[in-house]
Design a protein around this ligand. Structure first.
Ligand code: IMP
Length: 430
């Protein structure tokens, strides 16, 4: 039995939600294993657009179970909102399990996120202000409150009585003016706990049972390799591990089960937030890329994404640290209508060729991309892309095939899924 892991290879926003949704067709269980409500996965079913932050994308498939693993930090209010919205759209959420070991994002985490960002100045990552960093800080610092505490009023009270005064001191020291009220926080959180309790379980045990029953499990990564706390552009990434190995830790399953690793790369690059971005473009080309394909705006924050060309230095590293078995390339339709499309094949730093993605941000910010130009392809309508997808890979414009063949040859990983638009039907898989 194999577990499939889907990870982003760039700065998040690669279109993973759509790929997970596509692969979830063949999965019995979909698992989120890291990140939190900073993620935003957009899935289109028919005319309906769904944007999830915490719910696994498989929740729209009635036959698949969905798990939020221990590696995710959970904002209970946000999760309850998504559960209610999904129910209102006519989907049952009875197929959801939440790990009792997942950490909870508390209201003070969001306050501290904002304060820390301000204090960091140019070292701030431009976070989503969802309290992600501070809740992972608490997890590692052993200050955290977990789902097993949230659903237990006695444990919750005990922890909050210790934590709230500590966090108030931190807010004061950071120069914040916010006042934390223990009773208000307790009342609010205890109610969230009661509402979420039916979903909370030891999901590692549950997943072990599913694997033994030979269920097909799909692990849904959030963010992307270059936002990873260990392998990403530190300190401008997020606070969780976003690579395939994190699926084992963040779901509580052995690594030997994770043998099918699918990496999702957008046909160009984009990011929200700060930090070096060697292939970034500005001006009218940036606008062209940003305004097409549904618009390059953050799903969580609606901030305009910075955009740039495909970067193979980034992707080569992502292939290695994830142990990729195959690739999914998305948003090829967005590049339609351009005459020439550059791909970055390497960097130069102080006149020297740079082979591997540098650790130092000072070096990365001075790296000059080396490009190879490709012929563009026509700007097809959505229905034309869907008709092309129906016919398969061979029906794609020749320039698209050449672009994909070059990526495959450079990365030495086969492209298994090609996405040429948001709808499910605009997908070629094999
Ligand atoms: P945080 O995860 O909210 O702490 O934000 C840290 C950095 O990661 C910021 O630059 C965010 O814009 C970025 N980020 C976090 N989650 C996502 C995501 O799901 N997609 C794209 N960027 C993200």
């Amino acid at each position: 039995m194999t577990g499939t892991v889907v990870v982003g290879l760039q700065f998040g926003d690669e279109g993973k939600g759509k790929i997970v949704d596509y692969l979830a067709d063949r999965a019995d269980v979909v698992v989120r294993f890291q990140g939190g409500a900073n993620a935003g996965h957009t899935v289109q079913v028919g005319d309906q657009l769904y944007a999830f932050h915490l719910l696994p994308s498989g929740v729209l498939r009635t036959r698949s179970m969905n798990v939020i693993g221990n590696g995710v930090v959970i904002d209970p209010a946000q999760l309850l909102k998504e559960i209610e919205e999904t129910r209102a759209l006519g989907h049952s959420v009875e197929n959801l399990r939440i790990s009792d070991r997942a950490h909870v994002v508390m209201p003070y985490h969001k306050i501290i996120d904002g304060l820390e960002e301000k204090l960091k100045g140019s070292l701030g990552a431009g976070t989503t202000l969802r309290g992600i960093g501070p809740s992972f800080e608490d997890k590692v610092g052993r200050f955290g409150i977990r789902m097993c505490d949230l659903v237990d009023p006695v444990a919750l009270r005990e922890k909050l009585e210790t934590m709230v005064p500590i966090k108030q001191r931190l807010i004061d020291a950071y120069g914040g003016t916010e006042r934390l009220d223990l009773e208000t926080i307790y009342k609010e959180q205890v109610e969230y706990g009661l509402r979420l309790a039916p979903f909370v379980a030891d999901t590692s045990v549950w997943l072990d049972g599913a694997i033994r029953r030979r269920k097909r499990v799909l692990f849904e990564g959030a963010q992307g390799t270059h936002l990873c706390i260990d392998h990403g552009i530190y300190p401008f990434g997020t606070s969780s591990d976003c690579v395939a190995g994190a699926a084992s830790v963040g779901a509580g399953v052995g690594p030997q089960f994770l043998t099918d690793i699918v990496g999702v790369a957008k046909a160009f690059t984009s990011r929200v937030g700060t930090g070096p971005f060697p292939t970034e473009v500005e001006g009218s080309t940036a606008e062209y890329l940003r305004e097409r394909g549904g618009g390059e705006y953050g799903t969580t924050t609606r901030r305009p994404r910075r955009v740039g060309w495909l970067d193979l230095v980034m992707l080569r590293m992502a292939v290695r640290v994830n142990g990729l078995v195959s690739l999914a390339v998305t948003k090829l339709d967005v590049l339609g209508g351009l005459d020439r499309i550059p791909i970055c094949v390497g960097y130069r730093f102080d006149g020297e060729a740079v082979k591997e993605f540098p650790a130092s941000m000072r070096v990365l910010s001075r790296c000059e991309p080396v490009y190879r130009e490709f012929k563009g392809w026509p700007d097809l309508s959505e229905s034309d892309w869907i008709a092309t997808a129906k016919k398969g890979k061979r029906a794609l414009p020749e320039a698209v095939r050449k672009y994909l063949e070059f990526i495959e040859a450079q990365l030495k990983v086969p492209v298994r899924i090609i996405s040429v638009g948001r709808p499910r039907a605009a997908t070629i898989g094999h």
